[in-house]
Design a binder for this molecule. Structure first.
Ligand SMILES: [Zn+2]
Ligand SMILES: [Zn+2]
Length: 114
């Protein structure tokens, strides 16, 4: 999967500071993916987003294998889409309740008036 990143991000990843930080995060994780425990090639994931780009602390980063890293980003996108769906449902249900109560009121009104 090819990801688009800013040139600042590219510069950070190419820096010696990042290389050291990356190694530190992976060392802290025991050279294993923190999600599934697999060893081997590990990515370092920005668990708290990219707002501290260039000044990350090791606590903000997570060692993840390729699969788990991809899954984290995919589930994050899914979660956002899911949130939107839930919101849409709430709006729909709210409208339905409004319509229902309006119908009930008008039927009751019609009954009492006739
Ligand atoms: Zn993993
Ligand atoms: Zn990531």
């Amino acid at each position: 999967m090819i990801q688009r990143h800013s040139t600042q991000y590219e510069a950070v990843l190419a820096s010696d500071r990042w290389r050291l930080l990356r190694a530190e995060v992976i060392r802290r994780a025991g050279y294993r993916c923190i999600a599934c425990g697999r060893g081997g090639r590990l990515d370092v994931h920005h668990a708290h987003g990219y707002q501290n780009l260039g000044n990350e602390r090791p606590e903000e980063l997570q060692a993840l294998c390729r699969d788990c890293h991809t899954a984290v980003h995919a589930s994050r996108q899914l979660f956002n889409a899911g949130c939107l769906k839930v919101l849409l449902w709430i709006v729909l249900i709210a409208i339905a309740i409004q319509v229902m109560s309006w119908l009930i009121v008008s039927v009751m009104h019609g009954l009492t008036n006739s």
